[in-house]
Design a protein around this ligand. Structure first.
Ligand SMILES: *Cc1c(COP(=O)(O)O)cnc(C)c1O
Length: 341
């Protein structure tokens, strides 16, 4: 498959902005090329537009070549770029699989791109035949979230591969929660499927939601188009330096993930025993979807005690469901105590 067939013609032909830091990358001593203030404040210079050092560090941790990584201001930037690279406003369409993450639809709505919804089945798995039946020549992108938010379920790899084999367009797999999952990333599929884009983020397992750094992972030929369309200096020096420092210590992240998974398993054992709980869905993420007798009632009961969870009752297939993030041991105990009263 040639993924370029799905790129908007104006993006294929786009002559990108060429920044000062882009045109000269050698070793200079006197920089009079970017109209910066010469007095050193640590941040008086523009940042590396392609974030080479951060990508090098991520590459080592993830075992993915640096030229297969794009960095954005959170995953949200990558989602927005995907819509803008592939979807002609007012003409093209995307497919999403509800209940799922809301930003795919919002980004499409902002771009005036039609959103086709093909709900997951009762086990929160994709209906491959229905998805293919909903696709037409205007359908450019299929968004899959695995593990899915808000259900917590991993999407069957067999279905993902079937979709990669048969869906005629770009396939995005949002792996924001992959570090909490039993399965490994789909990164091994990139060499076989040039139309595949993975999304990962430092916002969840890495504990850096406030920093805003997300990754798109794809074949270098695909990453090329992300770099063409992005704002020239999209990741600040402050973010690049801070993240580089954090990436030196992946063990911190690994031990936190271990602890979160340990607490998740405890909640999975204890939540089903509570009177108000109807069903606890299996999860591969750092949150649990829980069906209550009356989600609104429980939601406000928790809020009364200062505990905030996410009410997902209005999501398709999530009637009376709360989405509960796994907290610290003591936070989870607070939650269980309120729920058992
Ligand atoms: C939290 C989350 C993200 C992360 O978004 P960032 O912009 O990187 O913080 C991406 N996708 C899903 C499904 C999420 O739940």
């Amino acid at each position: 498959m040639d993924f370029r067939n799905f790129i908007r013609p104006n993006i294929l032909n786009l002559k990108p902005y060429s920044s000062a830091r882009h045109e000269f990358t050698g070793v200079g001593e006197v920089f009079l090329d970017a109209n910066e203030n010469p007095y050193n404040t640590l941040v008086n210079r523009y940042p590396d537009p392609l974030q080479a050092k951060v990508k090098e560090a991520l590459s080592k941790i993830k075992g993915i070549p640096p030229d297969q990584i794009f960095l954005g201001n959170g995953s949200d930037e990558s989602i927005d770029l995907i819509i803008r690279i592939f979807c002609e406003p007012g003409a093209d369409e995307i497919i999403v699989l509800p209940p799922t993450y809301g930003m795919y639809e919002v980004s499409a709505d902002i771009a005036n791109v039609k959103v086709n919804k093909v709900p997951l089945n009762d086990f929160f798995q994709p209906e491959v035949k229905k998805i293919l039946a909903h696709a037409n020549e205007k359908t450019k992108v299929l968004f899959i979230c695995s593990p899915n938010n808000p259900t917590g379920a991993l999407i069957n790899k067999k279905d993902i591969i079937e979709l990669l084999e048969s869906f005629n367009g770009i396939v995005v797999i949002d792996e924001a929660y992959i570090d909490f999952a039993q399965e490994v990333s789909c990164a091994d599929l990139i060499s076989k499927y040039p139309q595949l884009i993975l999304l990962q983020t430092l916002s969840k397992a890495w504990g850096l939601a406030g920093v805003r750094l997300g990754m798109a992972i794809a074949a270098p030929e695909m990453i090329h188009f992300f770099n063409k369309v992005k704002a020239p200096y999209n990741i600040s020096i402050l973010t690049q330096d801070f993240v580089l420092d954090k990436l030196k210590n992946p063990t911190d992240m690994e031990s936190q993930v271990k602890e979160i998974i340990h607490e998740r398993e405890r909640l999975l054992r204890e939540l089903p025993q509570l009177n108000e709980v109807v069903h606890v869905y299996p999860t591969n993420a750092n949150f649990i979807l829980v069906k209550m007798k009356d989600a609104n009632k429980t939601y406000f009961e928790l809020v009364k005690h200062g505990v905030v969870v996410r009410n997902r009752s209005k999501d398709q297939g999530c009637e009376n469901c709360l989405r509960i993030t796994v907290g610290t041991k003591s936070e989870n105990e607070t939650l269980l105590k309120i729920l058992s009263n």
